[in-house]
Design a protein around this ligand. Structure first.
Ligand code: AVJ
Length: 531
């Protein structure tokens, strides 16, 4: 083959394994391979499972795939379910199948030193060595047994110098290389912090990864996650002691919130779902064809399914959330099931967001999607700024579909935030536990109680932590005193009337186009338009 043609072959590293679980070692081998052999991509071949091993010790295949995509987090690492799709079990067979359908790829088999130590036990290992070049990466604690292994000895004469590794993928097998220096954690750190290459040039080259696993793109705007310590100290110093509700949602808090959404007294979640599902035909008709959806605070991306199924030719779904790992995991999972391109943006909706629209198929218009009544957590002026930013993000001709909790009987509202089982109380009190464990704050949890009430002047549920007796919270040696009955304000949850929402919306580029509620008018779905 003439050399000009040779250089056009795509160089692809293959890293096979159960990925149970995927970890940084897989990523480090892949990054080293990309760099040292000038590969175009590394494919992670996630094997469905060794039938000889106990099936119970294998995490579900979907979970391993999903997690691998999160861990890989690199535009040139592709997580593949090829072996499952083709029902393949042995590497020798997988390689034959891959070469047959990718005649223009130059494959290199990648493995850690532990793989080489056992290589002579693999089915048809000699066939593998005759089929593809092999690159072995030293891993902590494995170098000796690997180089004295049966396969290493038998293949000894075919070993090339790491300095010649750039040509490995174009060398006829059998041929292999051993990278002795990749066990050094320092060099892995250096590799990890190396700037990744990008397949697209856009305004924010450092933040856009496209494509990312199953995602059309992943854009990381590096949201300010807040500084719990600084915010607690600042909040405890105010005349009305206050802390942002965003600090509710650590792992324990997120689990408690999930529990809240299933409580008998907590009507919002199930009522919202009912409003969206029962009016789905009208809502999707009002949105029209070829809309691209941008969801604010997508969380577990559960609510997109209420909407997307009925939409006519939806163009794309872009999930946005502040929590990077949850976002990547959930958006990657939903990308597997939605028949449209799915992308993700890690950002805070309290800051401006610019959509990389050019990386997606063209849409007739953008639809912002903001379910969950999270708008109610904001003050009216913060909600107004948020709506203004959303209009700028989504562009002219956009629509915005938001879920809002509505004003209703005070007893119903107060019960929803004072459930009989005390889950909401535990959710609120979790903030005190966080202060103790994360900040080393000195406080007596029993000196506080959950306090939630409806403030009918401001039309909002307020949650507070109230001192049952005189007490002190000490952070960094500084005491913050509470007189009996004094509170730490933890959350506002504003309730709207459609008139009030309309008045708010009218101060922004948006207009209220249409709204839907349940028969008791407890929750509203509102469609805004900015044209
Ligand atoms: C997630 C903000 C909509 O205000 O009802 C639930 C949070 N706080 N119970 C709400 C919450 C207490 C919830 N939002």
């Amino acid at each position: 083959m003439p050399s000009s043609q040779k250089t056009e072959r795509r160089r692809i590293g293959l890293l096979g394994g159960s990925f149970n679980p995927p970890h940084q070692g897989h990523r480090e081998i892949s990054l080293a391979a990309l760099e040292r052999m000038g590969l175009d991509a590394v494919w992670w071949l996630v094997t469905p499972g060794n039938p000889l091993k106990d099936p119970k010790i294998y995490a579900a295949y979907e979970d391993r795939l999903r997690l691998a995509r999160v861990v890989a987090n690199h535009p040139d690492i592709v997580v593949s379910d090829f072996e499952r799709r083709r029902g393949l079990q042995y590497t020798a067979e997988t390689l034959d199948a891959l070469q047959a359908i990718n005649p223009n790829a130059a494959f290199v088999w990648l493995m850690g030193a532990d793989g080489l130590a056992n290589f002579h036990r693999w089915k048809d290992w000699r066939h593998i060595a005759e089929t593809v070049p092999i690159a072995v990466f030293n891993r902590p604690g494995h170098s000796n047994d690997a180089l004295v292994s049966e396969a290493a000895k038998e293949l000894g004469v075919f070993r090339i110098d790491p300095e010649d590794a750039m040509s490995l993928s174009e060398t006829d097998p059998p041929v292999w290389v051993f990278f002795a220096d990749t066990e050094n954690p320092l060099s892995s750190t250096a590799i990890r912090s190396r700037k990744i290459s990008h397949s697209l040039t856009i305004d924010r080259p450092d933040d856009l990864i496209a494509p990312c696993g199953a995602l059309a793109f992943f854009l990381d705007l590096h949201p300010d996650l807040g500084d719990f310590r600084a915010d607690v100290i600042e909040g405890l110093s105010l005349p009305q002691k206050t802390i942002s509700p965003k600090y509710f949602y650590d792992d324990a808090g997120s689990k408690l919130f999930d529990q809240i959404t299933g409580l008998d007294e907590y009507y919002p979640t199930r009522t919202e779902k009912k409003v969206f599902l029962e009016n789905a035909a009208e809502i999707t008709a009002a949105i029209g064809p070829r809309a691209a959806i941008f969801e604010y605070g997508s969380g577990s991306s559960e609510k997109i399914e209420w909407l997307v199924n009925g939409l006519k030719e939806p163009a794309a779904y872009v999930a946005m959330d502040i929590s990077r790992d949850h976002l990547l995991e959930n958006a990657s999972a939903i990308a597997e099931v939605l028949p449209i391109p799915v992308a993700a943006i890690c950002a805070d909706f309290h800051s401006p967001i610019e959509l990389p629209k050019s990386v997606l198929p063209p849409a007739d218009h953008w639809l912002g999607y903001f379910p969950g009544s999270t708008l109610g957590n904001m003050t009216l002026s913060a909600a107004k700024s948020f709506l203004e930013r959303a209009s700028a993000t989504l562009g002219p001709g956009a629509q915005f579909l938001i879920g809002v909790d509505l004003v209703k009987d005070k007893a119903v509202l107060e019960a929803a935030y004072n459930d009989a089982r005390g889950v909401t109380a535990a959710f609120n009190m979790n903030l005190l536990a966080r202060m103790k464990s994360e900040l080393g704050a000195k406080l007596n949890i029993d000196d506080f109680e959950h306090y939630a009430f409806y403030n009918d002047i401001e039309d909002r549920i307020e949650m507070h932590l109230r001192a049952k007796r005189a007490t002190v919270i000490e952070v960094d040696g500084e005491p913050y005193g509470f007189v009996p009955g004094e509170t730490l304000h933890t959350e506002n949850s504003h309730k709207f009337t459609l008139e009030k929402l309309k008045a708010l919306v009218n101060q922004t580029p948006w207009r209220l186009e249409k709204s839907w509620t349940d028969e008791k008018a407890w929750f509203g779905a509102c469609l805004l338009s900015n044209s």
